[in-house]
Design a protein around this ligand. Structure first.
Ligand SMILES: [Zn+2]
Ligand SMILES: [Zn+2]
Length: 352
């Protein structure tokens, strides 16, 4: 079958022809992939940074955010049938540890991730546990359903940070930041500001009807944010950039008592004056990872059903899966919002 894989331990990504998955084992399901989103995680693996070089074995079919139709079900699977349209939580938690058993499987230490630790979804077929599947309502189109995972990251962050009636600053305008800004608005934030130096991404943010879109390099940026927030600074900061200077600047401008949710992963350890910037200001720092299983999925489904226009604005490209190189080049340039790869043409070509 056609697949997109890390076949060499070096920068780049290549097409590959692994065997079709075997008949699914007990509790497992094989899904025909229809569409899949390119994630920041895939981009890390493409770039072969220190994190991915230390974590991902090669060869590895990558990709973890997808929608497809069930092609085969293993023994013991209930509630899912061949032909049904599904997405899937890409974090396969152990289900047995204290965290899993107390409703916190997003922080399970034995998590295995599709497309990172086991064969991924940038392929004609992917095998996942039935327990990770999510039925997709007919009203949600494929290109939206392909990105439950990153919208889920954004939803988890916004829900955890409790934005209702607050002045919110989103730091970073990649797809998760754009989704987070749109979700914060829909959750009743008083104001939503998005900060992003890349002009293509700032232009997408400007289309989301936010209160303010800032270029942090603009000398008037800080004044504009203070004037929007009654001189106090933002009450909630949603940090998705992972940029050390941006994190420090965000802590500087945060209002006393602010909640700062951190989702962006810095490339290196970050130095912060905790005494002045966190302790003395009474700041709450929140680390946010993955999605709550499966509360976040219900929330994302509702958001997608009610806001198809916002989804369309953040998803800027749908490319045939065979054009994946172009997708990664667009991410190199930062000239895009979310990119979705369409795998259906490939399936049709092979079966024709
Ligand atoms: Zn992802
Ligand atoms: Zn666990």
């Amino acid at each position: 079958m056609f697949a997109i894989a890390k076949t060499e331990a070096a920068r780049g990504i290549w097409s590959a022809s692994p065997h079709l998955p075997e008949a699914p084992a007990r509790g497992m399901v094989v899904v025909d992939v229809m569409a899949a989103g390119i994630c920041g995680t895939d981009y890390h693996i493409y770039s072969w940074d220190a994190w991915s070089a230390g974590r991902v074995p090669t060869p590895m079919v990558i990709g973890h955010e997808f929608v497809g139709r069930i092609a085969a079900v293993g023994e013991g699977v209930t509630g899912f049938r061949i032909g049904e349209r599904v997405s899937a939580e890409c974090h396969i938690a152990c289900g047995e540890c204290r965290f899993c058993r107390t409703g916190n499987s997003h922080i399970c230490e034995r998590t295995s991730i599709i497309g990172v630790d086991r064969p991924g979804a940038f392929a004609e077929q992917v095998t996942v546990p039935a327990s990770n599947l999510w039925h997709v309502p007919d009203a949600i189109p494929d290109k939206h359903a392909a990105v439950f995972d990153p919208v889920g990251n954004a939803m988890h962050m916004v829900s955890t940070a409790r934005v209702t009636a607050k002045n919110v600053l989103v730091v970073g305008g990649g797809p998760i930041g754009l989704f987070a800004a749109a979700i914060a608005k829909s959750h009743g934030a008083r104001t939503v500001t998005l900060q992003e130096p890349n002009q293509a991404r700032a232009a997408i943010a400007a289309s989301l009807d936010l209160d303010l879109v800032l270029n942090p390099r603009d000398p008037g940026a800080k004044e504009a944010l203070l004037s929007l927030t009654n001189g106090e600074g933002p009450d909630v900061i949603l940090e998705v950039s992972g940029n050390a200077a941006a994190i420090n600047a965000a802590l500087d401008i945060a209002a006393p008592g602010a909640t700062v949710a951190l989702l962006g992963i810095p490339a290196n350890p970050v130095e912060i004056d905790l005494g002045a910037k966190v302790v003395m200001k009474g700041i709450s720092l929140l680390g946010v990872t993955g999605r709550r299983m499966y509360e976040t999925w219900y929330q994302v489904e509702a958001f997608m059903l009610k806001n198809p226009d916002l989804m369309d604005k953040v998803i800027t490209h749908v490319l045939p899966a065979s054009d994946f190189h172009h997708g990664f080049e667009l991410m190199d340039e930062g000239a895009c919002g979310k990119i979705v790869l369409d795998f259906q043409a490939i399936g049709q070509r092979l079966s024709a």
